[in-house]
Design a protein around this ligand. Structure first.
Ligand code: FMN
Length: 471
């Protein structure tokens, strides 16, 4: 059984304001010592200094340039939802692009924010990149190695003051399922970051099996009680937690110790509800942001999802052709010609035909990506009679439909819109001919793909009413 954990009876949290505006190349020690001096304080062994990651990153020069060269910055829309304070839609797009580019994983996206996993393993809104209190037009990344930053400051403090203190590099993060943000410890040196109470007992003698208190996060959160974003308080002294610090005999921990190993991260797996909601999130999107490209990785991910579709005879018949800029025009021209011939044969007036073709043209010619979908009937069984031959073909087409649905759902999961249209189905020969495809490839339509040009309307709650019968 573990020893009972000593709980300090009296903790003080002391703000250390500083008028210094940090810039790349600055040291932290000078302004910290000046702030202590201004507050009439000297360090004791076992004190903990919380330093805002903002000034650490600024002094380390972790500035990032706006990825949109020459784009004007405007701040007409200052409301953030765990996103980025004080930024317009254009700026928000910029910070999201930076976060995506630096992410090891895009955890989730909403219209106002991109949640990413950073190289440190932190999961944060826009990868922790922001520019509040950052002079100029640059954005600021998190410090590259907050544990190293904390360690360096602790050593400098020890060398200058002779005191053995703990140092935390803190930042403000949102939490899933809880409103608001609190400060957490990104980097630590000279103190325990976790207080393991497992193996001790509760008041009734029951063994505690899971309680490991994230004390460094608690200290970081406490520090945020005595400052606001505009109070100019990069440093906070937390006094009275000697047992947590190395000076008090605790083993030192690091910010990295607070990052849950991916294998133990149950939240990222999602739940049954998330899967069901993912299906509902797919809507046909016909209007795209034509300036925003679709990353090829997201397209490949969606095609991979399509290959999870069930298929007859253990075949894998799904084929998607991403139409190049050169191929798209001639294909759409040839398809339009075939469609016009069909509509003329139906006796439709030329003006009606023109209007129909124009509607289709807008979608197919302007969509950032146009995929042509097929199923390869090469694996289909041969039947001598038309009834069974037709049924066999239908099986493959059904599988193709399931694959396209999976593709669209995967695209929607990343915030991408898609419009599956019948286009190629009515002129399959023309399509095979223009694209030089095998005769066994059955056309299933095209899928226009891009980032939606505006909010996608939520689907009414799906219901089985009218769709499920019992006989
Ligand atoms: C096989 C198939 C062919 C379709 N063809 C077209 C089409 O030619 N033009 C179009 O605008 N939408 C087309 N759609 C999309 C439907 O119009 C769309 O699914 C429907 O409006 C329901 O909207 P939702 O997808 O957002 O649920 C097609 C859908 C399927 C499954």
């Amino acid at each position: 059984m573990s020893e009972a954990v000593p709980i300090p009876p009296d903790v003080r949290v002391l703000a250390l304001p500083s008028a210094h505006r940090f810039a790349p190349g600055d040291d932290l020690l000078g302004p910290l010592l000046a702030a202590l001096d201004d507050a009439g304080l000297t360090l004791d062994d076992g004190d903990i200094i919380c330093v805002a990651s903002k000034v650490v990153a600024l002094s380390e020069g972790a500035l990032l340039e706006d990825p949109r060269t020459g784009a004007p910055s405007d701040t007409d829309d200052a409301e953030g939802t765990d996103g980025t304070d004080g930024e317009s839609d254009r700026d928000r797009a910029a910070v999201r692009a930076l976060a995506r580019a630096r992410a090891t994983e895009i955890v989730t996206e909403a219209p106002w924010v991109t949640i990413t996993r950073t190289h440190h393993g932190f999961v944060a809104a826009n990868g922790g990149i922001d520019r509040s209190n950052v002079p100029g037009t640059s954005w600021l990344d998190l410090p590259t190695d907050p544990d190293a930053s904390a360690d360096a400051l602790r050593r400098e403090l020890a060398a200058t003051t002779g005191r053995d203190v703990g140092v935390l590099v803190t930042d403000t993060f949102g939490r899933p399922w809880r409103l608001g943000q609190t400060d957490v410890a990104l980097g630590a040196s000279g103190l325990a970051v976790l207080r393991d109470e497992r193996g001790t007992t509760d008041l009734d003698g029951r063994p505690l099996a899971v309680t490991v208190a994230a004390v460094a996060d608690a200290v970081a959160a406490a520090a945020d009680l005595v400052r606001s974003k505009a109070s100019g308080t990069p440093f906070v002294l937390v006094r009275g937690l000697l047992p947590l610090t190395v000076a008090g005999g605790a083993p030192g921990g690091s910010g990295a110790d607070l990052v849950r190993p991916l294998a133990e991260d149950l939240f990222r797996r999602g739940a049954a509800e998330a899967t069901i909601e993912g299906l509902s999130a797919r809507r046909t999107v016909r209007h795209f942001d034509t300036h925003r490209p679709v990353p090829i990785e997201l397209l490949a991910e969606a095609v991979a999802a399509a290959t999870t579709a069930p298929a007859p005879h253990h075949t894998r018949p799904w084929r998607f052709v991403r139409l190049t800029a050169e191929a798209r025009g001639p294909l759409l021209d040839a398809m339009a010609q075939a469609w016009r011939a069909d509509l003329r044969a139906d006796g439709l007036p030329e003006a009606t035909i023109d209007a129909r073709l124009a509607r289709s043209d807008v979608l197919h010619r302007t969509a950032p990506v146009l995929l042509a979908a097929f199923v390869d009937l090469a694996g289909a069984h041969d039947y001598p009679d038309p009834r069974r031959a037709q049924a066999e073909r239908d099986l493959f087409v059904l599988s193709g439909g399931a694959a396209i649905e999976a593709l669209l759902v995967a695209l929607a999961a990343r915030g991408l819109g898609g419009a599956w249209t019948s286009s190629t189905v009515f002129c399959a020969d023309v399509v095979r001919d223009v694209l030089d495809l095998p005769p066994a490839w059955e056309a299933l339509g095209t899928i226009a793909v891009g980032w939606p040009d505006g909010p996608v309307p939520a689907r009414p709650t799906p219901s089985a009413d009218g769709h499920l019968e019992q006989r």
